[in-house]
Design a protein. Structure first.
Length: 169
């Protein structure tokens, strides 16, 4: 039998109502059904459209860790090569410019600040992860340039990056 870890049903329902994470809320509902309402775990699994293994795993974590065991844990992974402070410094330097940066210029800044050498293609990924978007000319302006400017642009492989306006969209 699973104990209620000395938390009243009313307090547990308050936790359920206050919880904003849907996954954690589902797990709290599971505990409410099994521990406080004395439902059979297999039946609760069916009602929640989950497997019995999922139910037993979360009930075990609740038994061992209490309410905190129902919350998501941070996932470990490979730590970034660039320390957080250095990445912050690089991002601020990139943000300070209004004209934009080429990937070569960003590569040079990363090497200068951190000593880490990334592949040219990874710079694109890194910039997108940091919230930058590639700045490319719009088709509206294609016919305003001279033939020489168009040819020069076609030959130029570099593109510039600007900060994304994700919050305003």
């Amino acid at each position: 039998m699973i104990e209620n870890n000395n938390i009243s049903r009313v307090r547990f329902e308050q936790l359920y109502r206050k919880e904003s994470n849907a996954d954690t809320k589902e797990r709290i509902l599971l505990v409410l059904n099994v521990v406080y309402d004395k439902h059979i775990p297999a039946q609760t699994a069916k009602e929640l459209h989950r497997s019995r293994t999922w139910v037993s795993d979360w009930l075990k974590r609740y038994r061992e860790e209490g309410v905190e065991g129902l919350k998501n844990r941070s996932k470990s992974g490979r730590p970034p090569d660039i320390p957080e402070k250095t990445a912050y410094k690089i991002k601020n330097e990139l943000l300070s410019s209004k004209q934009g940066w080429t990937t070569k210029q960003v590569y040079d800044i990363i090497v200068r600040e951190s000593g880490i050498h990334y592949h040219r293609i990874y710079i694109y990924t890194l910039l997108r992860r940091w919230g930058f978007k590639q700045k490319v000319p719009r088709k509206v302006h294609v016919n305003t340039a001279s033939k020489e400017e168009k040819e020069r642009f076609k030959k130029e492989p570099e593109r510039y990056w600007i900060i994304s306006k994700k919050d305003s969209q």
